[in-house]
Design a protein around this ligand. Structure first.
Ligand code: CP3
Length: 358
């Protein structure tokens, strides 16, 4: 495994209240703030014309392997919107590709797996991740930390369940039926698969932290498909393994999924410092469910960014007001930026969040 992560100091850039520590990290540590820090899931992507320009003719997975493109694309939304954090441009399937899983990211579809995982022998196709297999990710992170001048870089990985869903289904799925059938029909294979994926995710996150990422987000985007009982029995222990493996590294751990209103306390219990909330549960209610030990992140409905400004302004103010009862609030959307969002709308939201101290 790569070298131990050291705690690092940060400059005041990106910190609207002028304190030494970036606002994102202060909020994640549940320190009081006049205004919440703000970034957007999928801020680096197709809503930006400058993104579409640099991606012209470059397949998604190739872009993720090129540190020059990763650096440029990660910086684009920081330059344009003045957000309080960068999120590494990559994808949750990048470490799976790196260990040799035959997959591609198909435009407009998502990850597609050539040979889905259905039986024990298929596990052999998912070996452990050697940090050297994703050295290009570490290189990009190192360059980025130098260019971000103190704005924190968020690293990320897919959580075991969400990765397993792609591997078992062979691609995106509405009902996750095969995944649930495997979970219940062959619990031993399920557990072995998720344990393997937890190792992959943990190694991938450690590579990013070792290279200088100041926070990490574990994306369990599709966990909301599960009942609380199934999540607790078949998923939580594996996500907890990932998050526990980071506990001593000094970086806040964000844990996010969609449709997870019923799972929020369990996602916190898995070992999160900040729990991401989609738009279905207001932040005050979400925080009450989660308890005082975690900050919350969210939760403007990304679809509302297609509405007129007065609607967006009202909803941004409501989200901020709801977030005030939480012990820490990081403003974000309830899921990723939709590709047809007007980027100017995102910039206006950042300005409003930064000025909305009452
Ligand atoms: O700005 C950022 O958030 C950083 C980049 C990022 C991407 N993927 C780039 C990307 C992040 C954090 C991800 C994570 C990811 N990838 C998740 C978890 C977050 C979520 O949205 O719930 C998931 C489920 C995936 C799998 C995946 N990859 C999907 C569902 C898709 C969309 C398919 C499509 O084309 O609509 C992708 C492709 C992808 N990942 C794109 C980007 C910018 C679009 C591909 C392109 O621009 O060509």
């Amino acid at each position: 495994m790569a070298s131990m992560t050291q705690s690092r100091s940060a400059t005041s850039i990106g910190s609207p209240d002028g304190s030494d520590e970036p606002a994102l990290l202060r909020a994640a540590r549940r320190q009081p703030a006049r205004t919440p820090p703000v970034w957007f899931m999928r801020q680096a992507g197709r809503s930006l014309p400058e993104y579409r320009k640099v991606r012209e003719g470059v397949p998604m997975l190739e872009a993720c392997r090129r540190p020059d493109l990763v650096t440029e694309i990660t910086l684009q939304p920081v330059r344009r919107h003045g957000v309080d954090a960068a999120i590494l441009f990559s994808d949750i399937v990048v470490p799976l590709r790196a260990v040799g899983v035959d997959l591609d990211i198909v435009a407009g579809v998502g990850p597609v797996i050539a040979e889905p995982v259905r039986q024990l022998a298929d596990l052999d196709r998912i070996p452990r991740l050697d940090p050297g297999q994703v050295d290009y990710v570490g290189d990009a992170v190192t360059t980025l930390v130098g260019e971000l001048h103190g704005t924190p870089l968020i690293g990320f990985a897919g959580a075991p369940f969400t990765l397993a869903s792609y591997l078992v289904e062979g691609g995106p799925s509405r009902d996750h039926a095969r995944t649930k059938a495997l979970m219940h029909g062959d619990p031993a294979l399920w557990s072995a698969l998720l344990d393997r994926l937890a190792d992959v995710a943990l190694t991938f996150l450690k590579v990013q932290i070792d290279a200088g990422a100041q926070a990490v987000q574990l994306f369990d985007s599709w966990a909301g498909a599960l009942s609380a009982a199934d999540y607790a029995a078949h998923v939580l222990p594996h996500s907890a393994k990932v998050l526990a493996g980071l506990a001593d590294l000094g970086v806040p751990r964000f844990h996010f999924g969609v449709g997870t209103g019923e799972l929020l306390p369990l996602m916190a219990r898995a070992g999160a410092d900040v729990v991401g909330v989609d738009w279905r549960v207001p932040l005050d209610e979400a925080s009450a469910r989660i308890g005082p030990g975690c900050a919350v992140q969210g939760n403007l409905d990304p679809a509302l960014l297609l509405a007129d400004w007065p609607v967006v302004e009202r909803e941004v103010r409501r989200v901020i007001a709801d977030g005030r009862s939480a012990p820490g609030h990081v403003f974000n959307l309830g899921h990723g930026v939709l590709p047809n969002t007007d980027p100017d709308m995102l910039t206006r939201v950042v300005e409003l969040v930064h000025s909305a101290a009452d």
